[in-house]
Design a protein around this ligand. Structure first.
Ligand code: PHE
Length: 451
């Protein structure tokens, strides 16, 4: 049999996994949620959650992947052929498939904005005009689709080239570049007049806002931001060399993901406040507020190109990891050749994505349980699939996977000692399942409206 591909270096592993974790969630969602739900107080809670639940969960996915050395579904089947734990993998692969179909659309928007920045389309426009441009663009029947195809095409190309020469090589260039871009934008933002206002919005602790919904929102965001529950870290774990320290790797990735989210906040809010704009939520912030900031900022032309390129890069390393989950399944479990698998998954995901894009415009009917297709894909995967997949996998590793094999993975077959084995089990057996269950209940609305 041919030797299974894998990452060739420690830096390659980190770059690929950090690339997956760092995405739109870090750049627009995290800063906004932090600012709105308690600033520094939210931050402390988020950091605690990442350390106590996020990190052990990522480590479990790595353990499963590296032990089985297969795709997300194949891994569970190999490690337990009697019980149906592979359902976790099935949900993971399905999530990756459906998330990518609409994530590819949003990723395409970033390219439109790189292009508009280069052609200086926002210059001299009023803020209403800029908001209208966004609305008109996403409703357009084929313009977003063209960008989506281009974006997905690049993703498909990287994945079809393989792990070492494709994903690893590209991530090793893009992740450092992303860091440089963010830092340049940070320096620009902090040097603006009034930048303290923005930093206060982001960091000033307000414990009075913290309630259980805020805590659960932090937990939900941690899963999403660390790319957990979609089979990504199982798949990437299966490419990690046997000597690497998995715990240390997961720790480094979690720190980097959180740090980049913070740096993104520092790049965005001082600039928004410096020009007296509203720190609005989500796509609105990135696509309709920030062009106004760049319009007024000295050197805004270049910073705008930089910012939207940053967004595109961050999205690309995430789309790559999503596509790899699907392709790895076709290659490992269905024995398909990588190129063929890449073309097949690229085509089907992109076509489903057309409908997600059209749901913002011509096909906006809310026919899927009261939602349009775009929102339906988003909520089904985020609310049901990810949490269920994560829950099944912690139950598997905590209660059913062979303990000696878990230990062997944590210590890389005894090459070093770990002091956290007991804590790891306490979390994976008790704390994580309860946490995940609560997030699930929160997301389906049991604790009142989602934040
Ligand atoms: N972790 C990414 C982020 O923070 C989101 C993501 C979701 C990436 C799904 C890959 C898959 O934006």
């Amino acid at each position: 049999m041919e030797k299974r591909e894998g990452f060739s270096s420690k830096f390659g592993i980190l770059a690929a996994a950090i690339g997956s974790a760092v995405g739109l969630g870090n750049i627009w969602r995290f800063p906004y949620v932090t600012g709105k739900y308690g600033g520094g107080a939210f931050l402390i809670i988020y950091l605690g959650i990442v350390a106590i639940i996020g990190l052990p969960l990522m480590l479990s996915e790595f353990v499963i992947g590296r032990e089985a050395k297969l795709d997300a579904i194949g891994s569970f089947k190999k490690l337990d052929s009697k019980r149906p734990f592979y359902i976790s993998g099935v949900l993971g692969v399905l999530s990756a498939f459906f998330i990518l179909s609409y994530y590819g659309v949003v990723a395409g928007w970033t390219l439109e904005y790189v292009f508009s920045s280069i052609t200086n389309k926002f210059a001299g426009q009023s803020s209403e005009a800029i908001a209208n441009m966004f609305g008109t663009f996403i409703k357009h029947p084929y313009r977003p689709i063209i960008w989506q195809i281009i974006f997905m095409g690049v993703t498909g190309l990287v994945v079809s080239t393989g792990i070492e020469k494709g994903i690893e090589k590209v991530s090793k260039i893009m992740v450092p570049l992303l860091l440089v871009l963010i830092i340049v934008l940070d320096i620009r933002a902090i040097s603006l007049p009034n930048s303290m206002e923005g930093l206060k919005f982001l960091f000033k602790p307000d414990f009075s806002i913290i309630d259980r919904r805020v805590v659960l929102a932090a937990l939900g965001h941690a899963f999403y931001s660390l790319s957990l529950g979609m089979g990504i870290m199982i798949t990437y774990g299966s490419y990690i060399g046997d000597k690497e320290n998995l715990g240390k790797t997961a720790l480094q990735i979690s720190i980097a993901d959180t740090l980049i989210a913070l740096l993104a906040g520092v790049a965005i809010f001082p600039a928004v406040f410096a020009y007296g704009l509203d720190p609005a939520e989500g796509p609105g912030l990135v696509f309709t507020t920030l062009p106004n900031v760049f319009n007024q900022m000295p050197g805004g032309y270049f910073f705008s190109i930089m910012f939207f390129s940053l967004l595109a890069l961050a999205a690309l390393t995430s789309t790559i990891s999503l596509l790899e989950v699907v392709v790895a399944f076709l290659v490992d479990s269905l024995k398909m050749e990588r190129k063929k698998a890449s073309i097949l998954s690229f085509t089907s995901i992109t076509i489903i994505g057309f409908f997600a894009s059209l749901a913002n415009g011509p096909l906006s009917g809310k026919v899927f349980f009261g939602k349009n297709f775009f929102d339906f894909l988003d909520t089904t995967t985020a609310n049901y699939f990810l949490t269920t997949a994560a829950l099944i996998s912690v139950i598997f590793i905590g209660w059913f996977m062979n303990k000696d094999r878990v230990k062997a993975q944590l210590t890389s077959e005894g090459s070093f000692n770990v002091i956290y084995e007991k804590a790891f089990y306490t979390i994976i057996r008790y704390i994580a399942p309860i946490g995940i269950l609560l997030v699930f209940l929160y997301q389906i609305g049991v604790f009142g409206e989602k934040l």
